[in-house]
Design a protein around this ligand. Structure first.
Ligand code: T1G
Length: 693
């Protein structure tokens, strides 16, 4: 099928791109576009060319799925050169998204018209890249480097209005975008053959260079460890220091180097993995979600209040329910205080704050949930409490209402069994703080209806979350793997590592926070309570809690937090306590390198992830990566635990796990069968196909 349709309007040729779903510049589209430009450009009856597009995007950029494969001609820079050197004016009619290579196509044109709802940007930086088809040379010439550089460094798109203000487009229209582009083309025809704007300096003045260099220095100080940020500085500087064609060559060389960088490969993996989660194996894409016009949340604690805020922030009326007036008052005060902080910070207007608060109706008693389309329970993490609530809700909630538990690890089928409507009961596991964290684990117990899952997925997206469907099982996916890391942390501390060393290994890997600081932030008593409930122990962690050192909320935990400090300091008393535990266990402490700490923390997580895949609790390895990126701040440029394991090589991970299992006697460290099978075949998790979650 042709990806570019050619039509005529008098002397104007109109090339309409049609390459669903988003007009990505795959090889076929590049070839068709090049052909159309050449044919129309050499047709004496054609005076000018308009490049338009069908569908929701103008052009979404290069086809990211082609990256990493041998490049196939025609290469995008050559197609853009054909546009720019065409002897007849070429005008871009931009509706929808003009991103990456899509905006670079528009920049190679001699004029640009945008629809009022268009968005234009160069997001390559988010993929670990830089613009690779002239963006770093043409955009600075068009709008000045001082404006072009920040746009490419952030990767954020601008609106059509902003683009007009910048000089990125010549006109914005609320009407027929093609007609507007044709009119501009005719004006350009009247003005004579297009100058080749790229050879000139455009807006690259000395003052612009000075402004750019100041921004470049600031960027280098902030993100000097990001090779693509440094490459972007070098490419834009070349626009000042080199002739256009040499500047293009510099940009291309930098781009090709970044394309091969593991960071970019990881970010491209994340791009697709975060879109793959929308496909739930075993559920037909035609299943429609149930309408959600009104919600109810049971429990106005930290989580319940945060979940209610998610609904209010999305414009969905929500009733927040407690058992007693004093509790609901506390809950509402906490919500109001959080909104007030946003207003103080300037991230929320007072008016918006009032609108959102007005969408949250406080109430006492489960009866207030009677007219809700979805009821989310966020009560105490105890099975009896949850069964009691769901049993009552069964007789209160309207038929067809979704009944969801925010439980973080309890058995959802047991909760569903408290009702006579298991087809409507599922888990919706939010992460604290619920109004901030993106991840939402949607727990799919046997017997829940497909449209209930589809409804939860659609609602999750409406709430601005990243919804991942997971199977029922202790800790589901994220917390189950977190527990493997927590056990590994405890083992390392007893064996000889200290909290600051364990944390430094992870922050050096790219995490914002290490496991000890994270426990101190969340409260060490949470894990302590959970271990006691399950008859488990962890000598160091338990001893710290027995001393009452619960973390930041008590001023000390693994670390000291003097005067309410948010960053911990080493605590000699804790380090002495750890040494005592090692001695009591007859362990001769030894030192550990950061690399050794890292593999001892992450390998067991990968092992647990392999078991999760084998048990069908996660549908794909990419789903596990998305969970860890959005729920636990795994560094995106590392791709997620399963992608990271593939970069290490599963054979190496199996060998390390076998050694750890032998050393510790911990059966949980024996490599999972799936891990062994893949390693034996020299394969990675990326070779797995989706299974049913
Ligand atoms: N390449 C390949 N597939 C793409 C794609 C792309 N650029 N963009 C989207 N898709 C697929 C996506 O995987 C999904 O597939 C479907 O299209 C709908 O996407 C040379 C080197 C355009 C704002 O980074 O931001 O150009 O799951 O769910 O919410 O300098 O897609 O349906 O099978 O996101 O309506 C730069 C990436 C590339 C833009 C539309 N461009 N895309 O959002 O749909 S690098 C980007 C987006 C580059 C040049 C450089 C969004 C969108 P499936 P979707 P959406």
């Amino acid at each position: 099928m042709e990806t570019v349709r050619l039509a005529r309007l008098g002397e104007i040729a109109i090339a309409t791109i049609d390459n669903p779903p988003v007009n990505a510049l795959g090889q076929a589209l590049r070839a068709d576009l090049a052909r159309v430009i050449t044919d129309a450009g050499s047709d004496p009856s054609v005076a000018a060319i308009v490049i338009a597009a069908a569908g929701r995007a103008f052009i979404a950029g290069a086809d990211i799925s082609e990256f990493g494969k041998p490049p196939v001609a025609p290469f995008l820079p050559d197609v853009l050169d054909a546009i720019e050197t065409c002897t007849k004016p070429v005008v871009a009619a931009i509706q929808g998204a003009a991103l990456g290579g899509g905006l670079e196509v528009a920049l190679a044109c001699h004029g640009r018209v945008a629809s009022a709802s268009a968005m234009l940007g160069l997001p390559e930086i988010k993929l670990g890249l830089i613009p690779g088809a002239g963006g770093t040379q043409r955009l600075p010439r068009l709008i000045g480097a001082a404006k072009a550089f920040p746009m490419m460094l952030s990767g954020e798109p601008v609106s059509a209005g902003k683009a007009l203000e910048l000089g990125l487009v010549d006109e914005v229209t609320g009407g027929d975008i093609v007609a507007a582009a044709v009119a501009l083309a005719q004006t350009l025809v009247a003005g004579g053959a297009p100058e080749d704007g790229s050879d000139g300096p455009g807006r690259l003045t000395a003052a612009d260079r000075e402004a750019f260099e100041a921004l470049a220095t600031e960027a280098a100080n902030k993100s000097g460890d990001m090779p693509n940020a440094m490459a972007l500085i070098e490419a834009v500087r070349a626009a000042f220091t080199l002739p256009f064609t040499e500047g293009l060559a510099t940009e291309r060389a930098l781009f090709m180097t970044l394309l091969a960088d593991p960071r970019s490969k990881a970010l491209r993996h994340v791009f697709f993995a975060e879109r793959e989660i929308a496909r739930v194996p075993g559920i037909d894409g035609a299943v429609k979600p149930r309408p959600i016009a009104k919600a109810a949340v049971i429990g106005a604690g930290t989580m319940g209040g945060g979940i209610a805020m998610c609904f209010a922030n999305a414009g969905i009326p929500v009733t927040l329910i407690e058992q007693e007036q004093a509790q609901i008052d506390n809950g509402m005060n906490r919500v109001a205080a959080i909104y007030e902080m946003s207003v103080t910070r300037g991230s929320l207007t007072p008016q918006k704050r009032n609108e959102r608060l007005a969408l949250i109706t406080p109430a006492v008693g489960l009866g207030a949930a009677a007219d809700a389309d979805i009821v989310i329970e966020a009560a105490f993490e105890e099975m009896g409490v949850k069964q009691q609530i769901f049993g009552a809700l069964d007789g209160i909630a309207k038929p067809g209402a979704l009944l969801a538990s925010n439980t973080s690890y309890l058995d959802v089928p047991t909760i569903a069994a408290a009702t006579k409507r298991p087809q409507d009961v599922l888990g919706m596991h939010f992460f604290s703080p619920a109004n901030v964290m993106k991840l939402l684990e949607i727990v799919r117990p046997d017997g829940v209806a497909d449209d209930a899952i589809v409804t939860a997925m659609a609602l999750g997206r409406k709430l601005g979350k990243v919804p991942v469907v997971v199977g029922n099982g202790f800790g589901f996916v994220g917390n189950r793997m977190l527990e493997a890391r927590t056990r590994a942390t405890e083992r390392l501390l007893v064996a000889g590592a200290l909290p600051h060393e364990v944390d430094a290994a992870l922050t050096g890997f790219g995490f914002k926070m290490g496991p000890c600081a994270m426990a101190d932030l969340a409260g060490n008593d949470i894990g302590w309570r959970s271990r006691k409930a399950r008859g488990q122990s962890a000598a160091v962690a338990d001893a710290i809690c027995e001393a009452g050192w619960f973390g930041q909320k008590t001023g000390r935990g693994y670390f000291l937090y003097p005067d309410g400090a948010r960053t911990g300091q080493r605590d000699p008393e804790v380090e002495a306590l750890i040494a005592r535990v090692s001695q009591e266990k007859g362990v001769t402490r030894r030192s550990f390198s950061a690399d050794e700490i890292l593999s001892r923390l992450l390998d067991p997580m990968v092992n647990e992830g392999a078991r999760i895949l084998e048990e069908g609790i996660a549908a794909r390895p990419g789903d596990i990566d998305v969970i860890w990126l959005n729920g636990y701040n795994w560094p995106a440029w590392r791709g997620g635990p399963m992608h990271w394991a593939d970069t290490i090589g599963l054979g190496a991970i199996v060998a390390r796990l076998e050694a750890q299992a032998a050393e510790t006697g911990d059966k949980a460290l024996e490599p999972a069968p799936l891990l062994r099978r893949l390693a034996a075949k020299g394969k990675g998790f990326a070779d797995l196909k989706a299974t049913t979650a």
